[in-house]
Design a protein around this ligand. Structure first.
Ligand SMILES: [Zn+2]
Length: 313
């Protein structure tokens, strides 16, 4: 450094040198000037100064790190708040569909609609991303055709619970039953614009209503021949049989107690088929609680169209 500094100072101080002392003093001054002033504009000397300056610039390079913190805080907070609100509602329902890969399945089924409560049921199912089977009554579809179409459009199974649900008419004979089922099918075509879900049905009142356990066989056989599978249930709120049962309990508590009791009876049976009448307000109110309980127990929610045999009580 010194050696090159001399060269630098020589070129700057030669003009005024008269004595050694003066020269020495000037040299010191020139050295300083050479470093801070003359250097850059004067040949070899400048090379040195620039070199050392460059090194120190690299070492110091304080401007590079300055940029990093400037960018990081600016981008991070801007992106997070923008994206966060959108994905949040989606993950929760996705988990509900296949909560734990446990292989445990439950078949959620709704009877006697579409009713005034069915849109609320569909909203709940959408929130959890769950598909369900709706055993619908033709006469109710005629009253609520848009809801019937919504059931179909949202990917649920639109299944048959007869046209009239009138036990005196449908259980006269297997032919009478089939005739009523065919009327239901026409009603669905008119409401939905397609022939759907006709291959899955539930006997109004349950299969024992079709001539008792000994007499129902000819109904089941006739329906099987026509290509239909029938489903009773095991898990239940017992919401269609409230009469006289709730005198000691509020309705909600009675429904939940029924759910827990029937679950304890059938939890190890397959298929586990859950019947709910969405015509009862309290059943709809309890639906999210039941869904969350089943999710917590590790169940996946499936459609009865996955099953290949009748399930009768
Ligand atoms: Zn019914």
């Amino acid at each position: 450094m010194k050696k090159y500094a001399f060269k630098t100072s020589e070129s700057c101080s030669a003009r005024r040198a008269s004595s050694l002392k003066t020269l020495a003093a000037i040299l010191v001054l020139a050295m300083l000037l050479g470093l801070f002033g003359c250097g850059p504009s004067s040949g070899e000397g400048s090379t040195v100064v620039i070199d050392s300056g460059t090194e120190s610039a690299v070492t110091a390079a304080p401007f590079v790190p300055t940029e990093v913190p400037t960018e990081a805080p600016t981008e991070a907070p801007t992106e997070i708040p923008t994206e966060a609100p959108t994905p949040e509602p989606t993950p929760a329902p996705t988990q509900a569909v296949n909560p734990a890969g446990t292989g445990k399945k439950v078949y959620l089924t709704f009877d006697d609609g579409p009713s005034k409560n069915t849109p609320a049921v569909l909203d709940i199912l959408a929130r959890y991303n769950i598909k369900a089977t709706f055993f619908t009554i033709g006469r109710m579809i005629e009253r609520n055709p848009k809801t019937a179409k919504r059931i179909y459009d949202e990917g649920h199974l639109l299944a048959c619970h007869t046209q009239t649900h009138d036990l005196k008419i449908i259980y006269k004979s297997p032919e009478a039953f089939l005739n009523d089922v065919n009327q239901w099918r026409e009603t669905v075509k008119n409401a939905v614009g397609a022939d759907v879900g006709a291959y899955y049905y539930r006997f109004p009142g349950g299969s024992p209503s079709a001539g008792g356990k000994s007499g129902r066989g000819k109904y089941v056989e006739a329906m099987n021949k026509a290509g239909y599978l029938g489903f009773d249930w095991n898990l239940a709120f017992n919401d269609a049989w409230l009469q006289g049962n709730t005198e000691h309990l509020p309705v909600i508590d009675y429904l939940w107690a029924s759910y827990e009791e029937t679950y304890s009876w059938y939890k190890n049976k397959q298929p586990l088929i859950f019947i709910i009448h969405d015509t009862l307000d309290e059943s709809v109110e309890l639906l999210p609680r039941a869904i969350e309980d089943l999710i917590a127990k590790g169940y996946e929610f499936c459609l009865v169209s996955e099953l290949t045999d009748d399930y009768l009580m």
